[in-house]
Write a protein that binds this ligand. Structure first.
Ligand SMILES: *[C@@H]1O[C@H](CO)[C@@H](O)[C@H](O)[C@H]1NC(C)=O
Ligand SMILES: *[C@@H]1O[C@H](CO)[C@@H](O)[C@H](O)[C@H]1NC(C)=O
Ligand SMILES: *[C@@H]1O[C@H](CO)[C@@H](O)[C@H](O)[C@H]1NC(C)=O
Ligand SMILES: *[C@@H]1O[C@H](CO)[C@@H](O)[C@H](O)[C@H]1NC(C)=O
Ligand SMILES: *[C@@H]1O[C@H](CO)[C@@H](O)[C@H](O)[C@H]1NC(C)=O
Length: 461
């Protein structure tokens, strides 16, 4: 018997309750305070030189261009293997990286965990997020993965990513982290030890084990992964099905095999077929947002609406300086021409324009100069999206909506996540126009009336 098949139930839609609405109003009613400190908004995985494989580099470069991924998948039918219990554990810890990178690993392993009736255990963000994307600082130990993503198993709405087992010491890098004496009789596989065969082989073994596990098993498996995910046979390939013997078991179906998002990146032709594999975690970008993140994003948009012009189109203006300065000329006079030329012709369209400045530049003189470049365009205003984001985060910490001890105001990863709601990959497309001065996206002029024609169309009643 394949781990007891039970009737699946549909995933409920989540709505914001009245207490959250209260927080929301609290957030938007607080008057804006001026925040002189400007953010160094980290850019996702700005191609880390240590990045192990060429495929991984490709993958992240592409994600970067499109904006950070939101783990979107197409669940057309329910396909998952139902688990009578989740006794098995998958643990991952290997180096520190950017947020998108770590979430990619977490998401892929969560699919495998869903399929193998396991939970996923990882160290807290403070142990997994690279210091170099956070001005050289480690994020607070009080930051949780749940502050970034609410990744749940579709089958039972339980959290896919768990904190740590009580038996853990502080040494998350120990190999193994699980002590054999605490788990007598369990199958314990440590991938990344010199004698291990590799993630693919380990997966094949654990798949067999899990498929033959009784519905009420008292011992399970522990799979510790202390090696790179990107160079394994799991990253860009389809997971192999179990043995013919297991496939014969009642309850087994091919469609249960999990879908790894990275596979379809490397095989886009298959991403459009109807025979895609199974998704084990919630994939609705709305549901993936933790409740507090959703409220912060709403508050940020409200702040922009309040401070911007009425009847406005929102334009996210991304100026990347820092280490990209040699690749894209962003001197004030260059930006001045860029804006004048890009905005040329918009003044007769009957719409106001609010530009939202996002930049890693910390020099306040530079930023203030950019903010004044709309002079001469009465229908245009420029807001500093970075300081508005920071304001909203600080207020949420003061109000108790987010953990004040977690230092989110100094957490670039968190700032970036909140601000994404104004960017290209926003869930609700708040901004409709994007102006970039960023590495290879560095046109001298992006005439908005030509590049975004639909935006200027008159609404019909
Ligand atoms: C999702 O799948 C359905 C049918 O299975 C298809 O019609 C639809 O276009 C797909 N949507 C996306 C976003 O891929
Ligand atoms: C996470 O999602 C679950 C299920 O949809 C929901 O019950 C829970 O409140 C959410 N938690 C947070 C912190 O957003
Ligand atoms: C542009 O914004 C100003 C100030 O908010 C407002 O008075 C004006 O009516 C707006 N113009 C349009 C075309 O809506
Ligand atoms: C704006 O466009 C007009 C006509 O298309 C052109 O004559 C003028 O030079 C442009 N101005 C700038 C600053 O690009
Ligand atoms: C800050 O930016 C201004 C304007 O671009 C520039 O003149 C000044 O030298 C910069 N200051 C520093 C410390 O880099």
């Amino acid at each position: 018997m394949l781990g007891g098949m039970s009737m699946p139930r549909p995933t409920p839609m989540r709505t914001l309750g009245s207490n959250t609405t209260y927080y929301f109003f609290l957030l938007i009613m607080i008057p804006a305070v001026t925040v002189p400190m400007l953010l160094h908004i980290y850019m996702l995985n700005d191609l880390n030189l240590e990045m192990p494989s060429v495929q991984a580099q490709d993958f992240f470069q592409q994600q970067h261009k499109r904006g950070q991924m939101e783990l979107q998948r197409n669940i057309s039918e329910q396909c998952w293997r139902t688990c009578p219990q989740r006794i098995n554990k998958i643990y991952f810890q290997h180096r520190m990286r950017g947020l998108g990178d770590r979430l990619t690993v977490i998401d892929n392993l969560a699919q495998i965990a869903g399929y193998l009736c396991a939970i996923l255990e990882v160290p807290p963000p403070s142990k997994m997020l690279a210091l170099e994307h956070n001005n050289g600082n480690r994020v607070s130990e009080n930051v949780k993965w749940l502050d970034f993503r609410n990744l749940t198993f579709l089958q039972d709405d339980s959290q896919a990513v768990r904190g740590l087992d009580a038996s853990f010491s502080e040494d998350f890098d120990a190999s193994p982290v699980y002590k054999e004496e605490n788990f007598p009789g369990w199958l314990h596989i440590v991938s990344g030890k010199s004698d291990s065969k590799g993630l693919l082989e380990d997966f094949i073994r654990l798949q067999e084990f899990s498929m033959l596990q009784g519905a009420d098993a008292r011992t399970g498996f522990i799979w510790e992964i202390h090696t790179t995910f990107y160079e394994s046979g799991l990253f860009d390939r389809l997971l192999p099905p179990p043995s013919a013997q297991v496939q014969e078991l009642p309850g087994y179906e091919d469609k249960m095999l999990p879908e790894l998002q990275t596979y379809y990146y490397f095989h886009p032709e298959e991403a459009h077929t109807h025979k895609r594999r199974c998704t084990y975690t919630n994939n609705n970008p709305m549901q993936l947002q933790p409740t507090s993140m959703a409220l912060l994003r709403e508050a940020l948009k409200e702040r922009v609406r309040m401070n911007g012009l009425t009847n406005s189109i929102y334009v996210f203006l991304h100026i990347r300086r820092g280490d990209a300065i040699a690749e894209c000329d962003t001197r004030i006079e260059v930006i001045d021409y860029f804006l004048k030329c890009s905005l040329n012709g918009t003044e007769t369209q009957g719409k106001n324009i609010t530009l939202l400045l996002g930049s890693d530049e910390m020099n306040t003189t530079y930023r203030e100069k950019v903010m004044k470049l709309q002079d001469g365009f009465p229908h245009v205003s420029i807001l500093d999206a970075d300081s508005l984001t920071l304001e909203v985060i600080k207020e949420a910490a003061t109000n108790g909506l987010i953990d004040a001890s977690a230092g989110f105001e100094n957490n670039n990863f968190y700032n970036y996540e909140v601000q994404r709601t104004l960017k290209r990959d926003s869930i609700d497309k708040f901004s409709s126009v994007f102006l970039d001065k960023h590495r290879e996206n560095c046109d001298k002029c992006t005439r908005l009336v030509d590049y975004f024609p639909s935006v200027w169309k008159k609404e019909r009643d």
